[in-house]
Ligand binder design. Structure first.
Ligand code: TTP
Length: 191
């Protein structure tokens, strides 16, 4: 049995390491992340996590762990910004409001699949021009849903959250430990 982390996200590797787990293999999936017409954020994140889990090649006994993080402003899905202009518009939209961060995780072993969603609520302050421009110039927004990372300087924009810090960052560790255990991975084995 091997544990395969199906993710290119360095955050997910780091959060897995928080549980004392190092994957045997990292194999990022390549799937189309375009939302379907009218698709809502939560089903969208769940579908992507599932599709990622099936897109990663594995042996029948391997355990594959995948996740998807989506920022939701009402019914609107804010994915990873394509460029700095889109990052600026996401952060302007999010500033002064409360939004949701959905991280869906999917664990697959052969044809069996275990899934969970973690939903968190985040308040972002309205950003001043200096805050916005400095953050954009840092490039920290790149590759992050909604165009920010709670674990970086953007943490200073977030006075309040309700939910799971690790879920917002990309891999909710409580749900991950539960699903890996359900799939037969020895999360709590003593060395
Ligand atoms: C909201 C938020 C997201 N993110 C990141 C986590 C994810 O890496 C990314 C959302 O994109 P995802 O599509 O979930 O993941 P990914 O493309 O980085 O990697 P892969 O599909 O291979 O697993 O946003 C943060 O790091 N901090 C945050 O506060």
């Amino acid at each position: 049995m091997r544990l395969i982390l199906g993710s290119a996200s360095p955050r997910r590797k780091e959060l897995l390491a928080q549980l004392g787990i190092a994957p045997d293999l990292i194999s990022p999936p390549d799937i189309d992340e375009e939302p379907k017409k009218g698709e809502l954020p939560r089903p969208y994140a769940a579908r992507l996590a599932r599709e990622k889990a099936f897109a990663v090649a594995s042996e029948p006994d391997d355990i594959v762990l995948c996740a998807d993080t989506t920022v939701a402003l009402g019914r609107r899905i804010l994915g990873k910004p394509r460029d700095v202009t889109e990052a600026a518009s996401f952060l302007t939209l999010l500033g002064g409001r409360r939004h949701e961060v959905v991280t869906a995780i999917a664990v697959r072993r052969g044809e069996r699949l275990w899934t969970r969603e973690s939903v968190s609520f985040v308040k972002m302050k309205r950003l001043s021009d200096a805050e916005l421009n400095c953050y954009l110039a840092s490039n920290d927004w790149q590759g992050k849903a909604g165009g920010y990372g709670i674990q970086g300087a953007a943490g200073a924009f977030l006075p309040w959250i309700s939910g799971s810090y690790s879920g917002i960052m990309g891999l909710p560790v409580a749900e991950t430990a539960a699903l890996l255990t359900a799939a037969g991975f020895p999360v709590w084995r003593q060395e």
